[in-house]
Design a protein around this ligand. Structure first.
Ligand code: ADE
Length: 418
């Protein structure tokens, strides 16, 4: 079996941690039990480019249990958990190409290795498989039935490809399922981003001014949790609706050029580039900390920060100190890469349970229906979304009401008023 990982000797630790994560992923477990019996993915080649974590391992084991033939590579050079790669290779015989801290060249070498076995389904978190196959591996396109995309940034990229008519196969946008972004983006990013910042710095959030750039589902989650820890939360936005929502949620809202001189901690969650740049660095207080929770490491313009810095040094693991010409010291965490997956373990298993249940069921759906779909981006079918919510409630032992016959009739008529 081909693979490229850091150290196979880490496999027992990885196996123990995967088993712990699975303890908290009951929906995926139920899907796996059905897959074992029905083998819906028998012989299906799947290339997956995801953050290689314990939760991703659980998804890989579910696909394999359904009969899939998988290759896994990383969707970010810093998020790989090396013990997990070892366990996947050594204990579960799943080929993995991922090493934490790999350079750009190795990152793409691994993406190529995942694609070169000729997948029929691609599974992305950030759209790197789709963009690579469409740009430098077009000969593989004819094999592909469809793909899935995990995250907001990837869905944006793929929608652009569809709009420009360059997308050659259908994609299911996992991110847009309600059982994904309501939970993963909000509660997952909310908790894990702060977890990453705290593990990297060990600072106290209470009393800090925390500036959050972006008030989408992820930004809302981070704001809610930062506030809960006693921080003064400031939101910056470009979208008037989201800004208004932040105002009504009780947060201070201001442009970044004002927030720059006030903030103690800056967290970017926009999906856009250069959200923090030279004009902001120059206004920041001595000791200001910057972290990114958006998919790509482009939200903090680090090259501009380097240009205006007289010295740089590693202050502690995941913390880089930049001393500016004005003598102030600014800190960037995890080189501006996804903080929750770089210095912490990513979203907790309970939310990845639902996100990855969407992945597993969408792969099954693509295998059945991919040939009928146009090469554009689709929502996860509502039936799958609702089934996942139902399974999660069942696992949590929560019962809900059912409509009475009278109520069903009422909501299906228009005649009845006051
Ligand atoms: N994205 C965010 N958190 C994650 C996790 N724990 N595993 C895989 N992908 C993730």
């Amino acid at each position: 079996m081909e693979y490229d990982i850091k150290d196979i000797g880490l496999s027992q630790k990885g196996k123990d941690r995967i088993e712990w994560a699975e303890r908290w992923m009951p929906v995926l477990k139920q899907i796996r039990e059905t897959f074992i019996k029905s083998q819906p993915l028998k012989g299906l080649k799947v290339a997956a480019c995801l953050h290689v974590t314990t939760e991703t391992a659980s998804l890989m084991l579910t696909l394999k249990a359904g009969g899939a033939d998988i290759r896994l590579c990383a969707s970010n050079p810093l998020s790989t958990q090396d013990d997990v790669t070892a366990a996947l290779v050594n204990e579960y015989e799943i080929p993995v190409f991922a090493i934490k801290g790999e350079d750009n060249e190795t990152y793409y070498k691994h993406i190529n290795a995942a694609l070169d076995f000729g997948p029929r389904i691609t599974m992305d978190d950030g759209a790197d498989l789709v963009s690579t196959i469409h740009s430098s591996k077009q000969h593989l396109l004819e094999n592909v039935i469809g793909g899935t995309e995990e995250t907001t940034t990837g869905v944006l990229r793929l929608n652009q490809m569809a709009k420009q008519s360059v997308l050659k196969y259908p994609i299911i946008a996992i991110n847009d399922a309600l059982t994904k972004h309501f939970f993963d983006n909000r509660y997952g990013t909310g908790q894990s981003t702060i977890d990453g910042i705290l593990r990297a710095t060990n600072i106290l959030f209470a009393g800090m001014s925390v500036v959050i750039a972006g008030y989408g589902w992820c930004g809302r989650g981070v704001a809610m949790r930062a506030e809960g820890m006693g921080a003064n939360v400031i939101i910056t936005e470009v979208d008037p609706l989201k800004a208004l929502e932040a105002v009504m949620d009780g947060y201070s809202v201001m442009p970044m050029h004002e927030a720059a001189s006030v903030g103690d901690v800056f967290i970017t969650v926009t999906g856009n580039k250069s959200v923090l740049r030279k004009e902001h660095f120059e206004k920041m207080k001595d000791g200001a900390i910057m972290a990114n929770a958006g998919h790509f490491n482009v939200e903090i313009n680090i090259s501009q920060l380097e240009q205006i810095s007289s010295t740089m040094r590693d202050s502690r693991e995941f913390v880089k100190e930049y001393t500016l010409a004005n003598g102030r010291r600014l800190y960037v965490l995890a080189d501006g890469r996804l903080i929750n997956l770089s210095s912490a373990e990513g979203h907790p298993s309970q939310v990845m349970d639902m996100s990855f249940a969407n992945q597993a069921l969408s792969v099954e759906y693509l295998l059945k229906h991919g040939n009928e779909l146009k090469p554009i981006v689709f929502k996860v079918p509502d039936a799958i979304d609702h089934e996942i919510a139902r399974l999660k409630l069942k696992a949590l032992n929560k019962n809900i009401d059912a409509l009475t016959d009278e109520q069903i009739k009422y909501i299906n008529t228009w005649e009845e008023g006051t």
